[in-house]
Design a protein around this ligand. Structure first.
Ligand SMILES: Nc1ncnc2c1ncn2[C@@H]1O[C@H](COP(=O)(O)OP(=O)(O)OP(=O)(O)O)[C@@H](O)[C@H]1O
Ligand SMILES: [Mg+2]
Length: 324
């Protein structure tokens, strides 16, 4: 299948008073056309910095290392001209964030905000832009779209606002949508409805989605591929089937045990004890070793190599190395 995006050896650091924070450490992955990839991991593991890197939005004190490469449709985005950047960020690749209230302009009606995006990128009349914007609201499941066009962000509920933001992000049918925790602040049922809606749009337009979340539970019916991140590294990757039915990394297994299930019968959910390492001083071994019930001496020696467990299923864990 055609590769839409390739991230190669991405490393991002932040200069802070505590030292150099290594937010993303030599991460490589590819996104195929028309697929949904979830990036999953605890707070601070580098999910948002990865997504910002793809959008070219890492700002000082952040530094993307020189040998990092991001290719979109085979082109190195770091070599884009100003016009290419506008085209890329405006149309080809779109991002939406967790907090719609801060992302939307509070002083402008929703309709105007969507129309603005259309008018900047397309040669259409205001009337045509209005009609298109109404269609966008319909597409993301907003009732009474004509009326809603004239309202301001604060007049929408949290879930509806999130839908509007996704609508703005997909207005120009981007090839890639990055959704960074788009439903985290919402009720479980509202979350599920919004993810269903996103999936519909994804299928209809054969779009690729990168969904960023700390909740493995919500990606089960959504993602085709999953990247599990820990302490700035991808520690396991595979199809959703691989990750849910044959998880190999102790961290992935721990994340899965932390997902509520229907068959729990009052059983308590497990939490992962301890905290991720301080990324200003990451350990030289496996960063999960100090929280891992299976860890051995070897785990503290170096970061484990990526081992293939089958097509597309890879894990970085010393225990797998020993099993070989
Ligand atoms: N502007 C910044 N200045 C300093 N450090 C930063 C900055 N932005 C991110 N970091 C650090 O980079 C690391 C990765 O952050 P990132 O925002 O990518 O985490 P995340 O996985 O998205 O977490 P969350 O689930 O909380 O959103 C963290 O240690 C964070 O403190
Ligand atoms: Mg984040």
């Amino acid at each position: 299948m055609e590769k839409l995006l390739e991230v190669k050896n991405l490393s991002v650091t932040f200069q802070t008073l505590q030292g150099e924070v290594q937010a993303v450490r030599d991460v490589s992955f590819a996104i195929k056309k028309g697929t949904v990839t979830a990036i999953v991991g605890e707070s601070g593991c580098g999910k948002s910095v990865t997504s910002k890197s793809i959008m070219g939005l890492v700002k000082k004190p952040g530094v993307v290392s020189k040998d990092s490469k991001i290719l979109f449709q085979g082109e190195n985005i770091q070599e884009y001209t100003k016009n290419q950047w506008e085209d890329y960020r405006g149309q080809k690749c779109s991002i939406c964030f967790q907090d719609a209230l801060t992302a939307l302009n509070p002083t402008m009606t929703i309709g105007k905000q969507i129309m603005e995006k259309i008018l900047v990128h397309k040669k259409v009349s205001k009337k045509e832009a209005w009609n298109e914007a109404v269609k966008v609201l319909e597409k993301v499941g907003i009732p009474n779209p004509e009326l809603r066009m004239k309202q301001y962000p604060h007049e929408f509920s949290g879930g509806m606002r999130q839908r509007v933001m996704i609508g703005i992000a997909v207005t120009l049918n981007p090839a890639l949508l990055i959704a960074d925790e788009p439903t985290t602040a919402l009720d479980v049922t509202v979350q599920a409805d919004i993810l269903d809606m996103m999936k519909e749009i994804q299928k209809e337009h054969h779009m690729s989605i990168i969904l960023i979340t700390h909740d493995l539970g919500i990606v089960a019916n959504f993602a085709t591929d999953i990247l599990v991140m820990y302490a700035g590294k991808i520690v396991e990757r595979g199809s959703a089937y691989d990750i849910f039915y044959h998880p190999a990394h102790p961290y992935t297994k721990a994340l899965l045990r932390a997902v509520p299930r229907l068959d729990m019968n009052g059983e308590e959910l497990e939490t992962i004890e301890g905290a991720p390492p301080n990324m200003a001083h990451p350990p030289k071994g496996c960063p999960f070793a100090n929280r891992c019930k299976m860890s051995r001496d070897i785990c503290n020696t170096a970061f484990p190599k990526e081992i293939s467990l089958g097509e597309g299923h890879e894990v970085c864990c010393w225990l797998q190395e020993e099993e070989k």
